[in-house]
Design a protein around this ligand. Structure first.
Ligand code: SAH
Length: 277
């Protein structure tokens, strides 16, 4: 059983540095080649790496074997370590003189609670550095050749949380239901049908194209396309799993992946990610 105390005891046996510092590092969407050079350098110098469920095994393989790796990953229904405990753990590890890397999927400041961790670390008086990462929206869109904006078609793109509290997504539907805008829902898979239904109710056409990108940039990547009106059927048939992104907007029609030339509405395609192979 992993406890904060047992982790600290292990970490303290290591060589301390002068003062505690924490690097909040974005690991990108999975493909290790999408790490920044800075992220790679910082990882190679780490004494302790505190990482999330979203960080791929391929990226963890780049961490030097001498570093202590702590998995604080959360999967639905099985929370390994609560956010307050993660915050506290980072502070105590840094105070014990370790070079601490807090490695998070995508970009630490996009739906990753990186802002909260930074607040906590700074309040505790620690020096913090932030290394950005490629967020799932841009990484996954690139991996399937889907332009998030396109002249005369989508003038803006919004990153939206699909996470639902108290049963109903609390979102600004009138401004989301804009045909000239691309919507990227993070954490929206479990409520994808409801999100699409609300968009139709607020004025988007049921024929608006939709894409689901499952495990984007990773070898098991899968792309599913449908429309707002047919998404429920597609979900039932192909049952995509987390992590998946839901992208809504006319830009889905411009998806340039070669396999998509045959795609119509409600088509599922297994798109092999050759770039990551
Ligand atoms: N900080 C992360 C997002 C964390 S929220 C970032 O910037 O990307 C977690 C959500 O991100 C998942 O539920 C999923 O919607 C999305 N996500 C992260 N990695 C993904 C991937 N490789 N493929 C598809 N979706 C991904």
């Amino acid at each position: 059983m992993m406890t904060t105390r047992s982790i600290l005891a292990q970490a303290q046996q290591r060589q301390p540095v002068q003062h505690g510092e924490v690097w909040l590092v974005g690991a990108g969407p999975g493909d290790a080649e999408l790490l920044t050079l800075k992220a790679l350098r910082v990882l190679r110098q780490a004494d302790v790496v505190v990482f999330d469920r979203l960080v791929s095994a391929e990226i963890m393989a780049l961490v030097p074997t001498r570093a202590l790796c702590i998995d604080v990953g959360k999967s639905r229904g099985c929370q390994r370590l609560a956010q307050e405990n993660i915050n506290q753990l980072l502070v105590e590890l840094a105070r014990s003189g370790q070079r601490v890397v807090r490695l998070k999927g995508g970009d630490p400041f996009i739906f990753g609670r990186g802002g909260e961790e930074l607040d906590y670390l700074q309040l505790a008086g620690l020096i913090c550095h932030v290394v950005p990462g490629i967020t799932a929206a841009t990484g996954c869109a690139a991996a399937v050749g889907l332009p998030l904006t396109y002249r005369d078609c989508a003038q803006s793109v919004r990153f939206v949380t699909g996470h639902v509290r108290d049963g109903e997504p609390q979102l600004d539907w009138p401004t989301l239901a804009d045909a000239q805008q691309t919507l990227v829902f993070y954490m929206g898979l479990s409520h994808a049908s409801r999100l699409c239904q609300r968009l139709i109710e607020h004025g988007l056409a049921a024929r608006t194209p939709v894409a689901i990108i499952e495990r984007g940039t990773q070898p098991e990547q899968r792309l599913l396309t449908a429309t707002l009106g047919t998404l429920a059927e597609l979900l039932a048939r192909y049952q995509p799993q987390s992590p998946s992104l839901l992208i809504v907007g006319e830009v889905v029609r411009f998806c340039r992946h070669p396999a998509l030339s045959v795609a119509g509405p409600a088509v599922s395609l297994m798109v092999k990610n050759h770039a990551a192979a």
